[in-house]
Design a protein around this ligand. Sequence first.
Ligand code: IMP
Length: 433
Amino acid sequence: MRTTVVVGAQWGDEGKGKVIDVLTESADILVRYQGGHNAGHTVVAEGKEFIFHLIPSGLLHRGRVGLIGNGVVIDPEALLEEMGRLEAHGIDVARAVKVSDQAHVIFPYHKRLDLLEEASRAGRIGTTGRGIGPCYVDKAARAGLRVADLCDGSGFAEKLKRAVAEKNRLLKRLYDEPPVAYGELLERYRGYAKRIAPHVVNGARFLQEAMAKGKRVLFEGAQGTLLDVDHGTYPYVTSSNATAGGACTGAGVPPTAIDRVIGVVKAYTTRVGEGPLPTEFPADLMEEIRAKGNEFGATTGRPRRCGWFDAVVARHAVCINGCDAIAVTKLDVLDEMETIQICTGYRDPAGGGAGAARTIRDFPSDIDCLARCEPVYESLPGWCRPTGEAEGFDELPPQAQRYLKRLEALLGVPICLISTGSKREQAFKIGRW
Ligand code: IMP
């Protein structure tokens, strides 16, 4: 298998960083294809915790090359800060980090607009406030600046001037806010451009040439399927395609070049930010699982909302992404549960017409329907034993095996990897994967 896409099959934070870290053993090139520094991929290696926001998380493995694809939105300051951290860890960043010239650049006015828009919205989305949405707005409106523009010595000043003038009109007229200082911004971003320029490549060509030479490529999805702007719980989503299709448009590779797709799920469900979460725990269980699973956002530190595994959501993700297999993370967090619930469908109290209820097995695209749905649960016995030492499926307690087999049956795909703790060693592959 030469090209693998790893995607989140829930609302992000599924533990993709850990799965990617394991799969990087058999990859040469790692690619981020969407999102920006709103993502936070945590990897624990050599006893140290690393949080990646923009750079592909597999780069902790020596000798790999990481590409930030055209579909990503880049905050240069965040990128340089992350490069610095990797360098301090002994990674040869000059060789290892490539940046697509077509990726769009985040400017401070994007962040300001993100916060202003969020504050003036009737229903908050709970954005990370990093300027991601407004930068993608500019991209779609054909008003954005790309890495190629940033590194275009003579042309950048004029392009930035036009962009700042437009944003200043918006800031003043819509929000009555002070303007952005153009001169200062230009100097700052010229400084970033000098440092980023040596990393810039034509991303699509770089990848296609590498693939022609037989290099193995791993695409790292950020966020998750339910945060995808098309297939997620719109409008409570991020502004990019976090699903597998995003790898093609966001990196410049054809769909026919993708060999396999692996979806990552937690053994339960979490979500940060606003929007429906049908299987959300009651307060006491929420506290317990949040503490056990350390469920706090890697980017913003916000507490994550937690709930039981939702098979309707995960099945939707398996279909949209065409997952060949799934990786299940954080199984150990459920170690002490006496009973475990799996949501297998939803009961819509008002969906059957004339006020009658109906049961839904397919993920509803109507957000109001999702918000009023009640989960239909199936109960399984817990295993009440630690799983962190298991080195293979057969070493898991029988009840844990049964739980995982049930997930496979409900999702219709095999499990290829199980993670039972944050350490690198606490994960094992299953079968040929
Ligand atoms: P934005 O991407 O900052 O615009 O935020 C939009 C929504 O996506 C919010 O609910 C965020 O909490 C959520 N979100 C964005 N990035 C991540 C992530 O990496 N993990 C989990 N949730 C995320």
